[in-house]
Each structure stands twice: as C-alpha cells, then as structure tokens.
Design a protein around this ligand. Structure first.
Ligand code: 5BU
Length: 264
C-alpha cells in the first residue's frame, strides 16, 4: 500500500519533505517506532542498530551520554543508522535564545551535521526554531524541529495553557516538523491531536508494553493506545534496549504501533 493511502489526511496535509520521508519509511518497515538508543557505549549502540534496525523507523539519540564517544565512532554509527533506513533524531531539548541555539548545533558534537531532527522547548520564544534552522543551514543541510508540547514525566510544568501556546506558534512555522506529546496519557494526546490537526507530526515518549510507572517519575502508556489517540511515532527506549531479546521486542512494538495505525 502507498504511504498516501496508509496515512490519509496526515499525508495529504503534511507537505514537509522530512515528514513524508518518515511516513514512507514507516510503511516500508510497518513500524511507527522510534528507538530511544540510550546506551552508554558505542559498542552497545552499534549492537542495538544491528539487532533492531529492520523493526524501527527512526533513531533517537542523546549524544552527550555516551562514555567512549569520539567523532569518528559517532560518524560510523550514523552511517550505520542511515544504511538501516533510519531518520536520526537528537533529543537535545534546546532551550536557549536563537543565536546560541544556532551555535550549540555546532561545537564538539556538531549536531547540525548528522541530525535530521532535534527537540526544543519553546520557553525562550519562537526564534529558537529559526536559530536551529540556521544551524542546519550553516552546513547546507535541512532538518526539522520537534517542539515539546507535553512531556511524559510526572509533575512536569507543561500545563494545558503552555501546550496550547506551543501548538499555536509551532503550527505556523515551516521549520517545525511536529510536537512531542505525552505517550502515557491517551486522553491528553487526543486533545493535543485535535489542537494540532493533521498538518504536523506528533511523536510520543512514555510508551511501554508494560503500562504504569517507570523509573524516576517516567510514566508509560500502551503503544497501540498512543497511536489510536493520534501519535504518529512511539518513542521506545528501555522497552527495547534493556530487553533480553531486543529484536523480538522491537518487532512487538512495531506490530502494536502498526495495528494502531490500521485501526485509526
Ligand atoms: P524510556 O526508556 O522508554 O523511558 O526512554 C524514553 C526516552 O524518551 C528517553 O530517551 C527520554 O530522554 C525521552 N523522553 C521522555 O522520556 N519523555 C519526554 O517527555 C521527552 C523525552 Br521530551
């Protein structure tokens, strides 16, 4: 089936090339899973891609939590992810003023050179999106920003009024790929989807087949419920990378997410 048929209005209304690339990858893999690759060694990260690459549509990184990081090993890791047909998404949660965010795209990690997507808070105002876009522009690349409209963690300060403002400002900006929503609370997600409409992506952390409370205030909802409530991509970390059989678990998450999409 063509991506346009599978995704319906989401495809029709979402003209950003990066969003369409994601929707096509998801169809090729029958998976709406973004792997949160939160392992601390390069060997662990490389193993993970080797095992689960076929079952996930995107890769989410925290480049600054790797103990043995080097520019060369990271470059090779990104090449492996690209070969596995994965969008690379650095969950940097930028939050500074536009000009500094632009500079932070460079620096030691040079996020602008290998990321397709990054996260940002809108707490400092909308110029952060222009700053991040300028960062990619500085190296002749294109990317998309996912704005944090909600979070999955207990007691976070992103209340409904804040969410509404993030959505209103982000919807109008071409540099915004979409929004982060709370995957652990389908009702909140349904409200977020109705505010966002079909023109932008919603990606959701806080998803696990074992629904309930996680470590240190994390909360989890079920993958299928999140997709039914309007998530376009479930972000799954420990549910996959801490599993005894990461490949089998990644497939289970992929199947649950794909089933959710087919019922929507
Ligand atoms: P977990 O192991 O599935 O709980 O990992 C979740 C990942 O998603 C982890 O990398 C977090 O940094 C990320 N995350 C989150 O959990 N909640 C949020 O609201 C945001 C990101 Br934004």
């Amino acid at each position: 089936m063509q991506a346009a048929d599978v995704w319906g209005q989401r495809w029709a209304m979402n003209t950003l090339p990066m969003a369409r690339t994601y929707m096509e990858v998801a169809c090729r893999k029958k998976s709406l899973v973004c792997l949160a690759a939160d392992r601390s060694t390069m060997a662990g990260l490389n193993d993970l891609i080797d095992q689960v690459g076929p079952y996930v549509a995107a890769l989410k990184t925290h480049v600054d939590l790797v103990d043995d990081w080097t520019a060369e090993s990271w470059h090779a890791f990104c090449a492996k992810a690209q070969a596995a047909d994965l969008l690379i998404f650095e969950d940097r949660k930028f939050a500074d003023i536009g000009g500094i965010s632009r500079k932070q795209m460079a620096g030691v990690y040079d996020i602008r050179s290998w990321s397709d997507l990054v996260t940002a808070h809108l707490i400092s105002g909308p110029d952060i999106v222009d700053g991040l876009q300028a960062g990619w522009g500085d190296v002749g690349r294109q990317g998309g920003v996912l704005l944090l409209a909600q979070m999955s963690s207990r007691g976070n300060l992103l209340d409904s009024e804040y969410t509404a403002q993030v959505v209103a400002k982000g919807k109008a900006h071409d540099g915004v790929f979409g929004f982060i929503g709370n995957g652990s609370r389908p009702q909140e997600l349904t409200r977020l989807r109705s505010a966002v409409g079909d023109g932008k992506m919603i990606w959701t952390p806080g998803v696990n087949l074992a629904v309930g409370d996680g470590e240190m205030g994390q909360r989890y909802g079920h993958p299928k419920e999140a997709v039914l409530a309007g998530s376009d991509c479930i972000i799954v970390g420990s549910g996959i990378h801490k599993a005894d059989d990461p490949a089998a678990q990644a497939k289970a998450y992929a199947d649950a997410s794909w089933q959710g999409l087919s019922l929507r």
